[in-house]
Design a protein around this ligand. Sequence first.
Ligand SMILES: Nc1nc2c(ncn2[C@@H]2O[C@H](COP(=O)(O)OP(=O)(O)OP(=O)(O)O)[C@@H](O)[C@H]2O)c(=O)[nH]1
Length: 403
Amino acid sequence: MLAAMICKVCMHATMALDLPTLMIVSVLLSLGIAVGFSLILLLLPRERVLQLWTSSLWLLALALAVVSAQIWLPVRWTVVVSNTCMALANALLIHGVAIHVGAKRQLRLLALGVGGYVLTISWFALVRPDFDVRLHVFSLASIACDGWIVFLLLRCPALDIRRSCRLAALAFAFHGALYLCQLTCLPVQADAAGSIRHGGMAVAGFYVILLLLILAKCFAMLLLIVERLMAGLRRMARLDGLTGLLNHHTVLGDGRLLLEQARRRRCPVTVLLCDLDHFKLINDTWGHQAGDRVLKHVAGLIEDVLAGGGHLASRYGGEEFLLVLLDCDVGQALAVAERLRRRIGGGPASWPGASIQVTTSIGVSLADTDSTFEQIIARADAALYCSKREGRNRASISGRGPA
Ligand SMILES: Nc1nc2c(ncn2[C@@H]2O[C@H](COP(=O)(O)OP(=O)(O)OP(=O)(O)O)[C@@H](O)[C@H]2O)c(=O)[nH]1
């Protein structure tokens, strides 16, 4: 009974859907989507990908409007103009996806594709008019664009935007698959002169599903932008804006987690608290911006020394850095502290007209079995104080004094 009802509805839709109606629906829909994207662009005017996709959607709306105007304009020229707009729209879409996933931009290949497509369509519209060939070329080009986009989305290296990339790839893959079906399974096509009814329910169904998939693609594009913005916000909330290391709040949370996991696996954890020596003097001598430069320089050295190994590196306060070393006993931690101290003391930060020398004092504290993370940091702080008291530019171990 349900199947009969669905059949009835489809039959009704088929009878109601002739090509001009469908074209008007498509134009209105694409205009609505383009306006929607433009409104979002007003909120995010610097979003390069959104700029490209919004332009692409306006071009798509223009292409459909030109096709709808075939009743009043010379058909051949409307075919050329609408297909040119469509090709440019797809090029902007692909370019935006490439930027979104951080892939290499292939502007030359895109320009070649657009040029080749427009020339082929123009040939079969102006020189040797042939509707069937044009339709096949259009379908093949759509499949190629969707395939290109799916390829880019699935190869996206960033973990934090991978979910939306996969969902969007699905929408584009369905869109491409629909054109593949059209190319291989639909013998009778609707054209400007005819109506969808000539093609029967299959052709009407194709156009209805096509509209739905275009909507799905647009939602997928929004999803891509939303997830990337959210990932950016999450990153900003976790990191220190100046150095790019973890910030105070994040290292406390991540450190507690790391400590719990390490205790379960019975592997040692050590905390290093580093404080730059006489940093106020650097600010007073060279200015605050030079001080910032030194902080970035030191952060780079810390990242270098701790590369790999699952350790945490953070900017704990103004000129204080807290490091949490996983799977490191006191001896290994001290070796890391010494390496870091020598790297920082051995290579001055470059600043216009000067190179600024800085040293660091370090406190080292091993996590025992029952202290909280905060208590371990407090012990590292006491050891750091010991290093400062003993003359700076040295590392001290909690409870043992200078190494
Ligand atoms: N440029 C810059 N300076 C900062 C920043 N955060 C804190 N500071 C400065 O860091 C300096 C820290 O000074 P103090 O706490 O006296 O420490 P110190 O001069 O390093 O002396 P010791 O630690 O005893 O060796 C202050 O002058 C702060 O203004 C920052 O983000 N950028």
